[in-house]
Write a protein that binds this ligand. Structure first.
Ligand SMILES: C[S@@+](CC[C@H](N)C(=O)[O-])C[C@H]1O[C@@H](n2cnc3c(N)ncnc32)[C@H](O)[C@@H]1O
Length: 328
């Protein structure tokens, strides 16, 4: 999971809808200082890395990152401070249940100020106070505990939920997001899966495999849905959100041409391997009268060979959304 989430970074970098991201960044620039952001399903931390590298965060940001998988949080803790080192943001990292600094130049005495989100004396450029947390972002207790940690009753000005809403119960997630936000707060939900998974070159079993894979998301997997992107467009107004921007953010992974260097960019071969494994695991849940295991194996072995030979391309459709929680 951790190497998949890390490998996903460059795929997401290409896919993210720049218009929606720009609007998010512009809206965030106008909130009170420091901006308070909560990320649901933080994974290994690639979104905060990207936002910092691309200069998309306000001058001072208090960033609370929640993921239910302790191994993801451990991986984020190991990688994010280093990744942010070359950016213009100065980082304060949290570990375990309290706040603590990983950067040697942050004095212990400063931590109380960070804990209470008081950046008053920090005049040394852009900064992020980062807290990493293992927890269920859909639980009211987790969301409420953030207020206690921050030492005040304030909610966040923005919730980021990247590649998240399609793996959880959408209605519960929107309730929890609303609880985490101040009135007028922003929801940025990029890379929300929306019902299309395809490979090239085509294979005679593709349509069947895609249908069963999506059915697994809808009917067999614990939570989430294969058409969350479009469901979100309908659910936001019903849950008190005003839509500010929406756009497509499709994943397209393809082997490079000889001129481009051949093979797959960065670690995108690992990304595709995990996608194939995920599809295979989902399909293995079906009895033989729904999907003959020999068909599943034949499809997978063709796809694995094509990947090995750098012949496989992959497309998945996603939607990016920016919305504002209405004031009442
Ligand atoms: C598809 S991954 C996306 C991770 C990251 N946002 C990214 O785009 O790379 C979904 C993440 O949500 C986390 N997750 C799923 N359900 C969760 C929940 N109820 N509370 C917190 N995290 C959750 C998973 O552990 C995983 O890291």
């Amino acid at each position: 999971m951790q190497s998949y989430l890390a490998a996903k970074r460059t795929v997401d970098d290409r896919a993210l809808n720049r218009r929606v991201l720009e609007r998010f960044s512009d809206e965030l620039a106008g909130v009170d200082d420091p901006a308070r952001v909560v990320e649901f399903g933080f994974g290994v931390g690639t979104m905060i890395e990207r936002l910092a590298e691309w200069g998309r965060l306000p001058e001072r940001t208090s960033y609370r990152a929640i993921d239910r998988d302790p191994e993801n949080v451990a991986a984020a803790r190991a990688r994010v401070p280093d990744r942010l080192e070359p950016t213009e943001y100065r980082i304060v990292d949290d570990h375990d249940s309290g706040w603590a600094a990983t950067r040697e130049d942050v004095e212990t005495a400063e931590l109380d100020r960070v804990e209470t989100a008081d950046f008053g004396e920090r005049t040394d450029g852009r900064s992020i106070a980062l807290t990493l947390e293992v927890g269920d972002a859909l639980s009211p207790e987790t969301i409420a505990s953030g207020d206690a940690t921050a030492g005040n009753d304030a909610c966040a000005e923005a919730v980021v939920a990247a590649a998240f809403l399609d793996v959880v119960d959408l209605e519960r997630a929107l309730e929890s997001i609303a609880a985490a936000l101040e009135p007028g707060g922003l929801l940025y939900a990029p890379i929300t899966f929306d019902g299309a998974t395809g490979f090239a070159p085509s294979h005679p079993l593709d349509d069947r495999i895609e249908r069963l894979y999506h059915r697994h998301m809808d009917e067999i997997r614990d939570a989430g849905a294969s058409t969350t992107g479009r469901q979100l467009l309908a659910s936001l107004p019903a849950n008190g959100f005003e839509m500010l921007a929406a756009g497509g953010s499709d994943w397209i992974v393809r082997p490079r041409s000889a001129d481009e260097g051949s093979g797959y960019p960065a670690t995108e071969r690992t990304f595709l391997q995990t996608i194939l494994e995920t599809i295979d695991e989902a399909l293995a849940a079906y009895p033989a009268d729904v999907l003959d295991p020999a068909d599943r194996r034949a499809w997978l072995s063709t796809r694995r060979r094509q990947l090995e030979e750098s012949e496989l391309s992959f497309v998945a459709h996603h939607v990016d959304v920016l919305a504002r929680l209405e004031n009442n």
